[in-house]
Design a protein around this ligand. Structure first.
Ligand code: BDR
Ligand code: CA
Length: 313
């Protein structure tokens, strides 16, 4: 499976990157950075340093957009992901040069070079993907599918009461990506807040080699943040769950394909993903052919699968 990863590392982005590299069926061709948890330049450095740590420095990293489609970058989420985006952990600096083009340009180039093969996994704000659509209107026909960690269908938001962080950071980009007429799967907070790493998972990572220990040290910061939500040291598995939905390792047990609109207004609903789930009480959930597929739950707990992959890195 040929994959383009668009990300804002990001502690759970780092877990997702590790997961993809540990999966034998994933050919990770390109990583693009975007502002979100931190600025796009720092996110690109984090991605490059993580690739070096994981022994894959040859995978190219393209620096993406610092500003969102219509608004400037606002400083990220240091209270969640630490000041450097990866929990304050200092990684050995990778030395590989960044790709020549922007993340959007390199995504288009890659999709054109392997038409129909590329799977896009977006685990940050959707700015680069929207910019790529502006660069090449044929992109939807060149890409196999788009899987997104983002949004909240029936669950509360996390950035605001209504909006999830990735969509809230750039609602205009999300609206464009949802409306582009390609095969979009969204893995929202409804699914990701249910899958968690606990203290035992952190302990297992800290008892591993240097790669696992680095991830474990990052996770400590994430656990501190999630203490307020879960009442114990643990964390949600947002981005790695989206990666596992992409690979099929996380088997979806409940989904719906429905029209989804994004609130791009300036009110309290800005960034909300408004999914038309009025058919949800039918025996068979709605599968609107032109809709966005929303994942609500998976069949088995994901943490053991993720931990096994990360320990095999
Ligand atoms: C999403 O927002 C970011 O903080 C995480 O990396 C994840 O992609 C969760 O809402
Ligand atoms: Ca992310």
């Amino acid at each position: 499976m040929l994959v383009y990863l668009d990300c804002d590392p990001g502690i759970d982005d780092a877990l997702a990157l590790g997961y993809l590299l540990a999966h034998p069926e994933v050919e990770l061709a390109l990583v693009g950075s975007v502002s979100g948890n931190t600025d796009a330049a720092t996110a690109a450095e984090n991605a490059r340093d993580l690739l070096a740590l994981f022994g894959r420095p040859q995978i190219p990293v393209a620096v993406g957009s610092t500003d969102f489609l219509t608004r400037p970058y606002h400083g990220g989420a240091p209270h969640v992901h630490g000041g450097n985006g990866i929990g304050g952990v200092q990684l050995v600096r990778g030395t590989a040069p960044f790709a020549a083009g922007s993340a959007a340009e390199e995504l288009v180039r890659l999709a054109r070079s392997r038409p129909g093969e590329l799977h896009v996994l977006a685990i940050g704000p959707l700015t680069n993907i929207a910019l790529a659509l502006q660069l090449d209107q044929e992109l939807p026909s060149l890409v196999a599918q788009v899987v997104i960690m983002g949004g909240a269908a029936l669950a509360p938001g996390n950035s605001t009461a209504a909006a999830e962080a990735n969509i809230h950071n750039d609602p205009e980009a999300a609206a464009a990506v949802f409306a582009a007429g390609w095969d979009v799967t969204v893995v929202p907070l409804d699914a990701t807040m249910l899958q968690r790493f606990e203290q035992s998972d952190l302990d297992a990572l800290l008892a591993g080699g240097p790669r696992q220990q680095a991830l474990g040290r990052m996770l400590g910061t994430y656990y501190d943040y999630y203490q307020q939500h879960f009442g114990r040291p643990s964390s949600a598995l947002h981005d790695p769950l989206a990666a596992a939905v992409l690979t099929g390792e996380a088997v979806v047990s409940r989904d719906a394909r429905v029209p989804v609109e994004v609130d791009t207004g300036d009110g309290p609903g800005r960034g909300q993903t408004i999914a038309d789930l009025r058919g949800r009480y039918r025996p068979v959930p709605p599968q609107h052919p032109d809709g966005v597929r929303i994942v609500f739950d998976i069949a088995e707990p994901f943490a053991p699968q993720l931990l096994a992959r990360l320990l095999s890195l």
